[in-house]
Design a protein around this ligand. Sequence first.
Ligand code: ADP
Ligand code: MG
Length: 236
Amino acid sequence: MPPLLRAEKITVSFGGRRALDGVSLTAEAGRVTGLIGPNGAGKSTLFDVVCGLRRPRTGRIRLDGRDITREGPARRARRGMSRTFQHLELFGRLSVRDNLLVAAELGSGRRHAARTADAVLARLGLTGVADDAADALPTGLARLVEVGRALVLGPRVLLLDEPAAGQDAKETERFAALLRSLADEGTAVLLVEHDMSLVMSVCDEVHVLNLGSVVASGPPARVQTDESVLAAYLGE
Ligand code: ADP
Ligand code: MG
């Protein structure tokens, strides 16, 4: 069986500069796959390519082996891909619940949306702030709302761009448990994150990106001690 998600030799340039230079990686159903690397490595750009917000210059994105490189983001979302953004994209003046409802209605129509939104709010521990305006929340909770908006679509592939930034230790611990349970349900989770203890504790496999190239891939314990990884971070 092909991996659920596969990026093949992805190249993206901005002006004359290569942001991604032949990146290949996979994310499997039922696993948390980490994507780490210093700032500017190309992690968010790869997410844009995977979810259809940016066309690569060369390379392919495959879902279940099917080439979806030419499909737009809405089509990919219907196929079961959802993402969060490093820079939060919440509707600040809407309530937490309405932020989820707007997203849920795209996926399941009005009738089921309320039930879906409420189930996800409960799962994320956000029921108590459901009626608060999104822009009144501390960052840690706002990150969870962003995750909730992705979860209401019931994704098979979930792309998370620095979801734990701004979370405190307790929130991060709870978040790690959430990621494990999503993977246990069969979701392919692709996690971009700077919190190394989260990455190392929750990921089944880690890919390290530096200057637009994958410099190491493997189980977290091995990647952590890889010399090219240490060099990438020291060179930041
Ligand atoms: P990361 O998420 O790993 O920090 P990014 O994917 O945001 O890295 O950026 C990778 C490189 O591409 C950086 O050099 C960044 O400056 C550049 N870049 C990202 N987005 C754009 C853009 N819209 N226009 C021009 N350059 C960009
Ligand atoms: Mg980024």
